[in-house]
Each structure stands twice: as C-alpha cells, then as structure tokens.
Design a protein around this ligand. Sequence first.
Ligand SMILES: NC(=O)c1ccc[n+]([C@@H]2O[C@H](COP(=O)([O-])OP(=O)(O)OC[C@H]3O[C@@H](n4cnc5c(N)ncnc54)[C@H](OP(=O)(O)O)[C@@H]3O)[C@@H](O)[C@H]2O)c1
Length: 503
Amino acid sequence: MRKPDPCVLVIFGASGDLTARKLIPALYEMRAVGALPSSFRVLGVSRRPKTDDAWRDELAVSAREHAKRFDAGVWREFAKCIHYFAGDAARPEMYDGLRERLAQLDTDGGTRGNRLFYLSVAPELYESIVQRIDEAELVTEGKRWCSIDPSARSWQRIIIEKPFGHDEASAASLNRSLGRVFEEEAIYRIDHYLGKEVVQAMLVLRFANTMFEPIWNHRYIDHVQISASETVGVGNRTAFYDGTGAIRDMIQSHLLQIFAFVVMEPPATITADDIRAEKIKAVRAIRPTTAEDIASHAVLGQYAGDAQEGAYVDHEGVAKGSTTETFAALKLHVDNWRWAGTPFFVRSGKRLAKKRTEIVVQFKRPAANLFRGTPHTGGAVMGNRLVIEIAPFERTRLRFESKVPGTPLTIASVEMQVDFDKEFGVEPLEAYGPLLLDAMRGDQSLYKHRLEVESGWAAVMPFLGPGSMAARQGIASNYAPGSWGPAAADELMSSDGRAWHND
Ligand SMILES: NC(=O)c1ccc[n+]([C@@H]2O[C@H](COP(=O)([O-])OP(=O)(O)OC[C@H]3O[C@@H](n4cnc5c(N)ncnc54)[C@H](OP(=O)(O)O)[C@@H]3O)[C@@H](O)[C@H]2O)c1
C-alpha cells in the first residue's frame, strides 16, 4: 500500500477529549508500526496557552493509558513531531500566526505544504473554522485554484467529526459551507466505525467469496438486524445527549454506514469512487417512511432507574418531560430489486443487557422442508444465520443445520465461528489510525460522501420530526435497565414471526 504523503496534521480542538483519548494514541500506534509518513508533524490548536513540551507531557499520560503496547522510547521519538499553537480558531487574527507556524514546520519537517485539517471541536464551530481557513488562504489546491497557481503541488484536506449536522437541513448547510472552500475530494467525513476491521471485512466476505453473493438478496434473506447496544447510561453527557438521542447519535451516523455495506451492489472496482457510488445508492434506496407508517416502524424508549443509576428523565441536565430517546428500533425497507420485501431492523440503545455491535443476516428457512417430522434439538429446522460481530469482539459466526452424530436422525443447529484476532494473530487496531493514514494518502473509501450523509438524514427525519411525537409519548422509563429495551421493540419483530438476536 502507498505510503501516506508528508503532511502536517492540524488538529483544531487539541486540548479536548477526542485528541487525547483517540487521535494521539492512534497516531502513536501508527508510528510504532512504522506506518506514518516519513515527514510528518502534528500541530494542535486550542485556546488555552501551553508549550509544545507541556502538551507532549499531557499526551504522554493519555497515550500510556489508551494506546496498545506503550513503549517510552517510541513515544519519545514520536513526541518530537508534536507541536502546539494556542489560539481561538473562530477568530481571523489567529490565522496569520498559524500560517507562519505551518511554514516553519514545512521548513523544519519537509512536510511540503500538505495540510490535513482535523475539526475536533464542538460542531457549532465547524462552519466558522472552515470560513476562517478559507479567508486565511490556507487552501491552495482544488479546481478553483488551478488558474491562480498551476504550480501549486501541495494538498489541503479536511476531516470533520460527527455529528455532521443535526438534521437534513443543517447537514446540507454544512456541506455547502465546506464545498465553498474544499473540493469534495478533499472533504473527509469521518465515521470511526468504518475503521473497524470487520466492517471492511464485509466487503471481502461479500465480494471475494462465491458462496454469499448469489444468495445475498430478498429471495434467500428473511431480514437483517443491525444493532448497537450499550450497558452504560448517558453519564455526564446529558446536556449533549438530550439534544441528540439514539437516532441522531448512533443510527443516522454509524448504523446507516454499516447498513450501506450490507445493502450495496458490488462496486465496479475496489476504489473509493466506486465503493462510495454504491453506498450512496444503497442509502438513497431506503423507502421514505410515511407519517402513517411511523407507529408500526419505530419503537422509542427511555431507560428507567435502578440502584446503580437514576432514570434518564431524572438526570440533571435532562429537560423536564424530555422525549429524547435513549433507545430506538426502526424498521426500514429498501426499494430496489435486490432487497424488495426484506426488512432491515436497526436498533440502538443505552443501559441494555449487553454491550455489543453486530449485523445479523437471517436467511429464510429451506423452501422444501423434508424434515418436518424429524426430531430437532431446537424444535424445528431454522434458517441459516450469519452474525458479524463488530464490537466488543470482532468475529463472524455462521449457523447451519446438522445431523447429531450417532443418533437415529436428529437435527441440531450448529455454529462455525471465526475470531479475527485468534485466526490472524493480530489484535484489531484503534480504528482512527488507519483512517487517518487513508486521509494522508487521499483514499476516501472509508469516508462518507456528501450525498450519503444527506440521504442518511433524509431516511431518519420522519422518526425525528413532528410525525414522531406519537411514538415519543409516554416513553419515560418504558424499559428496565439491563433489559433489551421496551416490550414494543419485541412486538416490532414478533408481529411478523421474527425475533431479535439477543443471545
Ligand atoms: N470525545 C469523543 O470520544 C468523540 C467521539 C466522536 C466524535 N467526537 C466529536 O469530536 C469533537 C470534539 O470532541 P471532544 O470530546 O474532544 O470535545 P472537547 O473535549 O470539548 O474538546 C474540544 C476542545 O476544543 C477546544 N476549543 C473550543 N473552542 C475553541 C476555539 N474557538 N478554538 C480552538 N479550540 C477550541 C477546547 O480547548 P480550549 O478550551 O483549550 O480551547 C476543547 O478542549 C466534537 O465534535 C465531538 O462531537 C468526539
């Protein structure tokens, strides 16, 4: 694989949690395996004043805690490329100093004017920072610049964190602001779920094997479940969460990305453009949910309290009578020839029975059941089931029917399981590391396209808008902590003879 280009990674929001807990440990891990560019610098930007050394010391503490196999010697070498610049990124006067500092880093570090901006600040600041970057003329690559300076050989790219917008209109507005300054090819909308090995392994599973693709359709697949459950509550993030909820926080972003990999058609080639073109089509094919369908297609909930933690509605910071969902289960349909008639159930929630993110592909039962009267340890012949676990373990399990050896004909369901770390002897890496390297080499395969984000928002808007009020009424404390959500979520499945995979 091509080595990433020399560059300066400019992190806006350098004093923050994401930088300390995820970005820097991930970069350190990349450095430890020799994957960083030969010429590389990090320039952190935040308001509070501190020296390079002070920031390095702070980061050493969190890297020691959060990076895999911390080695003080490797860290010391890596820390030499970390720098800090104090300033308010929303104010134009900061940018003269920033430009000078960047030029100095280019001279010292051979980073050739290549910049990877990372917006790791509160979303309210995204648009103003993009505008400031533009006004400071820090972007010199792109179609609009060719005529001005055709010799400009450096690149400037930008990574934007989630949340990307609060609804369809704000996402479109942010896209427009970004588009005024950066080409789409330079805009990297990050979703760290896409850095998880198993999500990428989905491409290989589907398209490098002959056995799945021919049956990957409505003829053979009864339904698909995509679930992300957490055992913890909202903790001290109430102010943020109460304005967000499970649909915005998890479903619109992460789970629809996973959905796109399950639903997409085979791309023509394994390039970013072709992969993203198919993902866009997948998300755009979600059937718009009508106001009449909301009640039968969505179950929303809020966790009750127990001895460990109070009920969601009782947390400090949660608005009185809040109808923000800490649990959501949605039924989606995909209007294309491959998937017509196969529902997709997408579920996410807090304070549930287990911490787990997984895809469950439930195949139909055999069309001709020869074994109707044959004893079965589970009651009856079941459809095959493929479970792709993404977290906390990265593993894949395939259930199929088998004869119990040594018995007169008796059938049992058995499972084959592949644990990625055991099979390949490599632990999965922190997802941010490989994604950052992709951005440094200009590979957008695992980043979201503008249309994908906007189509994702369009698909969930009916469940967020005024039409969802009926589904939100009476949701306070409608599920017990440690359960799998409100009873109505089970009915969403059982009304069609289906059940959630809660094993
Ligand atoms: N934390 C996570 O695990 C996580 C996960 C997914 C997505 N995200 C997203 O990543 C972004 C950052 O999250 P976070 O948790 O790291 O937030 P955070 O802890 O609040 O950090 C943001 C930092 O931005 C700096 N800042 C604020 N205003 C600034 C300004 N005008 N100019 C320059 N710096 C400024 C602040 O440092 P100073 O006070 O020194 O300026 C602050 O420490 C958010 O959009 C969040 O939604 C975070």
